[in-house]
Design a protein around this ligand. Sequence first.
Ligand code: FES
Length: 183
Amino acid sequence: MTSPINETTLSPAQSRNASALSDQAFQRFAREVAKYPSEGKQSAVMACLAIVQEELGYVSAESEKDVAAYLEMAPIAVHEVTTFYNMYNQKPLGKYKFNVCTNLPCQLREGSTALAHLEHALGIEMGGTTADGLFTLQQSECLGACADSPVMLVNDVTMCSFMTTEKLDQLVAGLRAAERGAV
Ligand code: FES
């Protein structure tokens, strides 16, 4: 029996057009595709987009086409996935992405105060990125943590619950300090 990888994957050279994706990214695509039956390789689309974002920092239109070619999907179908989930960045963003929940339960519990405080502390408006490229502020739909409201998600992974202005100041100061330490 032929292995799923052989049946379902193309070589990087076959898949690549003008992409900036590395060979390692395509090797990781292959590992994701191998988790599914050959007729279901499109199920790896979210994982492949996550790999793209890890490597490039965002999912460009060009890399969507690479993923589509690799998974034998229509590019528009890949684009629909990219635009449906707000964890995928469609343009280069700051190193730290703050997704502030703006749905009603959070707004009823000082969510708008937290958002305004962040805008002031970072010197940007919702949707903006700080000039030093460190922070991007975005709004988010319900993050499924209404009991902890108001909340925001940092880099799609770390939930910041019960946001107070003090907590937000500590978070921003801590990240800035870490960056200074890393230089
Ligand atoms: S409304 Fe904000 S987490 Fe649900």
